[in-house]
Design a protein around this ligand. Structure first.
Ligand code: ZN
Length: 194
């Protein structure tokens, strides 16, 4: 899943003129991804790995490293490895403003993993959203069609599910056809034209 950046921009830029940063922090929870160390109950063990239950650091670190290596080897270079916040409870996930999904990425600023999302497949999926934002820019990624942004994340993360819930199955198939015709070398150039 990829948060709609217009909502973020609307809440960050426009009310920022009217409200204090404290109000933005309180009202628009995904902005907390920018400074998770300020969120009660979250510990950042490294600059890139923050978590709720520090006893699970080794598990988080393994999933993080394996997912990053997979994406770099199979999809594209990662310019700045993303910050990942690993939640062990739904309360933690909800404190960033999320609930239904297994994980959420906020532009190039970081991602939050729910208790249901501790797996390489989910991390790889979110890291693909991260590199989309890096290569296309946050605005262009937000403007790109969903069949591309989600289809690419499902297809190139090697999601093990043979059949996804719609519309994601359709998005994955559409992306795969487009990618076969486009090729890895022209991926970002052509994606920028969508
Ligand atoms: Zn997604």
């Amino acid at each position: 899943m990829c948060i709609k950046m217009n909502a973020l921009l609307k809440w960050l830029v426009l009310p920022g003129l009217l409200f204090s940063p404290v109000a933005v922090w309180a009202l628009y929870k995904p902005v907390r991804v920018l400074a998770p160390q300020w969120v009660p109950g979250i510990t950042c063990v490294t600059k890139d790995i923050c978590l709720e239950d520090v006893t699970r650091y080794k598990q988080a670190e393994r999933i993080y490293n394996e997912s990053l290596a997979f994406v770099e080897a199979n999809v594209a270079a990662v310019e700045h490895p993303p910050r990942v916040i690993f939640c062990s409870t739904e309360n933690c996930f909800q404190s960033f403003g999320f609930n239904k999904s297994a994980a959420q990425t906020v532009g190039v600023y970081g991602m939050v993993i729910s208790p249901r999302g501790w797996s390489q497949a989910y991390l790889r999926h979110e890291m693909i959203h991260h590199i989309q934002a890096e290569h296309l820019g946050v605005y262009k990624q937000w403007r790109s069609p969903e069949w591309f942004s989600e289809g690419m994340a499902y297809a190139l993360s090697d999601d093990p599910r043979p059949k996804l819930a719609e519309p994601f199955q359709r998005y994955r198939e559409k992306f795969q056809l487009w990618y076969q015709a486009t090729g890895k070398d022209r991926l970002w150039e052509e994606a920028g034209k969508l």
